[in-house]
Write a protein that binds this ligand. Structure first.
Ligand SMILES: Cc1ncc(COP(=O)(O)O)c(C=O)c1O
Ligand SMILES: N[C@@H](CCSC[C@H](N)C(=O)O)C(=O)O
Length: 434
């Protein structure tokens, strides 16, 4: 992990909104102007449902919708000192800054940064690592995350430990003074396992205070869970999912409380050029306004679907169901169960037929969109994890993942029951009767 000292000028600064940061970067070079980090604590804090839609602007015409600054460059007032808050959109753009400040507020963070995809966010975070560093992560996690970590292990000299993160002791066993990062998902994708963020964060920080606990919060969004409040140092999300909600953009979000860490991450974003474009920043801002209503409806629908499948004899993985083995742990950290669930049929061919029989449920990767999706993770979102590794990690090949949208729940049940009922496993009663 980078141990380069931060410039004096960026240490512990209570940066006001609207001020540019002129400072040296972590290698001592002059940084271009970059917008000051968010200061969400400055204003009154409303309930989250209100914060999602409430935005403060400094627009000269008081535009109700934040303008899209579709400009790569910004004119300066002097040749020597620049003078403007922005010079170049890779380094900072007013639409992106507005989004970042808005996200910092709703993620309970000191600073938020937005990049071009969820994987882009993880790429920025993992650039904190140096050869020889060790990373601890789960044995059930998104296929793309697994792929990036495998790449870093093969090309970057990073040692990656995949352990059962549902058991904090398995983290305790491998954590050591070379552990620089612990990467958690909860609920995990696609097995919907729950990971105890506070317990793992305290084990890791006790063993190595400089280790960073990063949590992928994509499954729940800031509406339902705030990993920073649970002991994480960094939280990141794919904004492609719930935050935007319409599958019309790709985005990644990173949130942090430590200003030093924030500056290091911003350095990478500026240096590598992965900051979110002005138009996508605007689209994401628009999507966030409806996160609350979308998620409430999606969760209610997900509960209806989970109950339906469970009552038809399927093994359903959903933290809204009391039968989830980590129900209490989940509700000790989260404010809702989300809208992704998975279930097994016992037979890959049966699963395939179910997926292909559904009409309303689109066969598609991703989740968080307003329309409902059905997929087979081992063939789709997690196909980049080879079959041998999937088997070692007990990933059922027949698992079906449902990402529930905002449609009428009875239409969703009706479509699913046509796909599922001829193929459903027989209940214990039926087996006894026949
Ligand atoms: C849990 C999780 N994290 C991160 C990502 C990466 O996000 P993106 O597709 O926006 O790169 C995904 C899906 O792609 C995901 O499911
Ligand atoms: N072909 C893509 C698959 C993206 S999966 C998207 C999402 N995270 C999900 O879980 O469905 C790839 O190889 O990354």
């Amino acid at each position: 992990m980078s141990d380069a000292p931060l410039p004096e000028s960026s240490k512990g600064k209570a940066n006001g909104v609207g001020k540019a940061l002129r400072t040296k970067d972590i290698d001592g070079h002059d940084l271009p102007p970059s917008p000051a980090p968010s200061t969400p604590q400055n204003g009154r804090k409303y309930a989250l449902m209100t914060e999602l839609v409430y935005t403060e602007g400094t627009d000269q015409y008081n535009a109700s919708s934040v303008p899209i600054y579709q400009s790569a460059t910004f004119k300066q007032t002097s040749a020597t000192g620049g003078g403007g808050e922005y010079d170049y959109t890779r380094s900072g753009n007013p639409t992106r800054t507005h989004l970042e400040r808005h996200l910092a507020k709703i993620m309970n963070a000191n600073r938020a940064l937005v990049v071009s995809s969820g994987m882009g966010a993880l790429d920025v975070i993992t650039r904190l690592l140096r050869p020889g560093d060790e990373v601890i992560t789960g044995d059930d996690l998104y296929g793309g995350t697994n792929r990036l970590l495998k790449y870093l292990a093969g090309h970057g000299g990073i040692v990656v430990h995949h352990v059962d993160t549902t058991d904090p002791d398995s983290v305790r066993t491998v954590v050591n003074n070379k552990t620089t990062m612990v990467l958690l998902e909860t609920p995990t994708n696609p097995l919907i396992k729950i990971v105890d963020i506070p317990a793992i964060a305290s084990i890791v920080h006790a063993a190595n205070p400089s280790a960073i606990v990063a949590v992928d919060n994509t499954m729940l969004s800031p509406l339902l869970q705030n990993p920073l409040d649970l002991g994480a140092d960094v939280v990141y999300e794919s904004g492609t999912k719930y935050l935007s909600g319409h599958h019309d953009l790709m985005a990644g979000v990173i949130a942090i409380n430590d200003p030093t860490l924030g500056e290091k991450l911003f350095f990478t974003i500026n240096a590598s050029g992965c900051g979110l474009s002005p138009f996508d920043s605007w689209l994401l801002l628009r999507g966030i306004k409806t996160l609350g209503v979308r998620m409430e409806k999606q969760q209610a629908n997900a509960m209806r679907i989970a109950t339906f499948l469970e009552s038809h004899g399927f093994k359903v993985r959903y933290p809204g169901l009391k039968s989830h083995p980590q129900y209490d742990l989940h509700w000790s950290m989260a404010r809702g169960a989300g809208a992704v669930l998975s279930f097994e049929t016992g037979d890959v061919n049966v699963s395939e037929r179910i997926v292909e029989s559904a009409r309303l449920w689109a066969i598609s990767v991703s989740f968080g969109c307003v329309n409902s999706l059905i997929s087979m993770p081992c063939r789709m979102s997690h196909a980049s994890i080879d079959a041998k590794t999937r088997a070692e990690r007990n990933m059922p090949e027949d698992i079906i993942r449902l990402c529930v949208g905002i449609e009428d729940p009875e239409d969703l049940v009706d479509d699913l029951s046509r796909a599922v009922c001829p193929l459903r496993p027989r209940t214990r009663h039926e087996r006894v009767d026949s």
